[in-house]
Design a protein around this ligand. Structure first.
Ligand code: AMP
Ligand code: MG
Length: 518
């Protein structure tokens, strides 16, 4: 029996209108709305780790009551479905009210350890915030969100989680390429789980509407519920301290994305978690050949606002928007400037530590920088796979550097040949540096392998799992979920899941570029 404690609903002002009509919602943080039932739900996959966190059994989640609850066909006692009201800056522009247009929260579960887990269905039908869309999600995007949420967690990266993936039995119409060619696709629903789904945009909407009262109520609520470490702070210092913590957490998150080559793809302020979690898996992607300018999002292709290399700057820009919203509560520039400075400092410190760890140095030295810049430049021009490169770098023998250990990371034999002389020079320099760093080679290798994953959710792997699931076979979802549980371990027999992007996937939709249409 789950214990629900729906604080978001109980403690924050809600929308008195209970109809499910599109509207602007004022002075309220949520609207009550029931999921729209689906035709024939089937449970395709679930996360065992999330089952345990929620203290549910396999029998529970496979029961008719739960499959119904996870697909919007019923609710479990204690659930009180609602959609959140938020706004956001999309691609640099204020977009007004957005809100949960296809996400419906079911309630907040408290487990026996006191952990809070909000359950939220994504793709559960229209809400007052659905704008022009249908409130639904397709199988391909749901598989991607389900798998990546859990994969990120196992990589040790803060993220919202996923409990389940349900196929609805309904079709959803999507114009995937925005080229006037809509197709019927299978519908699906992911049950996401997080201690909080509050985004920067939840605060921005009230500031933009000059509704200071609701903004203050939401800030107080967020601090009380989600930042208990601030309870002891004097009232007048809390906002500054809280903003500083959000800046630090965001900096750490982005540094972690950069570590593993994750590109979010839509870093709008409504997709920024106040807890510093990865949230809203849409057209995200994983860097294959190292390229700071790569964006997985077709909508972003022209401007590359959300490309790999810009993520640290964009997160800061988003924090500036949050600062702007909070400024109305306490118009003191310094407190926000300090928070933003802390963002810069934290990011630089984290990134320095990550670089040292990825390259296997016990001690970081600033004069390594030109050497690191040189190899990133080489990796870009020579089209070197980021994941494979760092994994193989651990095999370099400091006393006898041999370039052939890195060759498997090259996509193009021709480019590899062209850049061999520069790579050789670089490798000698690197070998010299690790020799001087004087770390036990076995220890260095192990340390490097604990930050450089062997297995990430490469875009083409997700797409293969999707193509199979679309034909009614969800086995690869389970298999991937299992491999990605131990991303840093060599897994004999599973080497195929570490393979570089094959040629066929280089320009295939879903593998190299993704649209927002999901
Ligand atoms: P995103 O950029 O995917 O995070 O979504 C931006 C906004 O569009 C959010 O308010 C979403 O709830 C809304 N949205 C996206 N897809 C749909 C959909 N199929 N139906 C209703 N609202 C949607
Ligand atoms: Mg979103």
């Amino acid at each position: 029996m789950l214990t629900f404690d729906n604080r978001f609903l109980q403690e924050l002002p809600g929308d008195p209108d209970t109809s499910n009509q599109l509207r602007q919602v004022f002075n309220a943080c949520w609207s009550r709305v029931m999921p729209t039932p689906v035709a024939a739900p089937t449970l395709l996959a679930y996360s065992e780790e999330m089952l345990h966190a929620l203290e549910l059994s396999e029998a529970d989640i496979q029961s008719a009551d739960w499959v119904n609850a996870l697909s919007g066909n019923g609710i479990i006692p204690g659930m009180q479905p609602y959609a959140m009201c938020y706004g956001g800056h999309q691609f640099g522009n204020w977009a007004g009210q957005l809100g949960d247009g296809r996400a419906i929260s079911l309630g907040e579960v408290i487990n026996s350890k006191g952990d809070r887990w909000e359950l939220q269905l994504k793709g559960a039908g229209v809400t007052p915030y659905s704008r022009m869309a249908d409130g639904r999600a397709v199988l391909r995007s749901s598989v991607r969100e389900f798998l990546c949420s859990e994969a990120m967690h196992h990589l040790g990266i803060p993220t919202t989680r996923a409990l389940s993936l349900v196929q609805t039995g309904d079709v959803v119409i999507r114009d995937m390429f925005y080229n006037g060619n809509p197709q019927a696709e299978k519908g699906a629903i992911v049950c996401r789980v997080s201690p909080s789904f509050i985004r920067f945009g939840n605060f921005e909407i009230f500031a933009m509407r000059e509704d200071k009262a609701t903004l203050q109520t939401l800030v107080d609520f967020t601090i009380n519920r989600d930042f208990p470490e601030l309870a002891a702070y004097p009232q007048e210092e809390r906002l500054a301290e809280w903003f500083a913590i959000v800046c630090v957490r965001t900096a750490r998150l982005i540094a972690q994305w950069m570590r593993v080559g994750f590109v979010h793809g839509v870093m709008n302020t409504d997709n920024m978690s106040i807890l510093g979690l990865t949230i809203d898996y849409g057209p995200y992607g994983w860097v294959d050949n190292f390229d700071p300018g790569w964006t997985p999002n077709t909508t972003d292709a022209a401007g590359r606002r959300y490309c790999f290399g810009r993520q640290p700057d964009i997160a800061r820009w988003n924090l500036e928007r949050l600062a702007q919203a909070l400024y109305s509560l306490q118009p003191e520039r310094e407190i926000f400037d300090e928070g933003l400075m802390l963002y810069d400092q934290t990011y630089n410190k984290e990134w320095g530590a990550i670089l040292a760890a990825k390259f296997g140095f016990a001690l970081w030295r600033d004069d390594y920088e030109p050497m690191i810049n040189e190899v990133f430049d080489l990796m870009y021009h020579a089209e070197i796979d980021m994941t494979e490169f760092f994994r193989k770098l651990a095999l370099v023998d400091a006393t006898q550097p041999d370039l052939t250990v890195l060759e498997s990371a090259a996509y193009s034999p021709a480019l590899w040949d062209t850049f061999k002389p520069r790579f050789t020079a670089w490798l000698n320099q690197y070998a010299h540096a690790i020799h001087a760093d004087d770390r036990d080679p076995a220890e260095r290798r192990q340390a490097m392998n604990s930050v450089n994953p062997r297995y990430v959710l490469r875009n083409y792997l997700a797409q293969q799992a999707i193509d199979l699931a679309d034909q009614g076979d969800s086995s690869m979802i389970d298999e991937l979920l299992d491999v990605l549980r131990k991303p840093y371990d060599e897994q004999p027999g599973k080497e195929g899941f570490a393979a570089l992007r094959p040629d066929w996937a280089r320009h295939k939709a879903g593998c190299s570029m993704l649209s927002c249409s999901s």
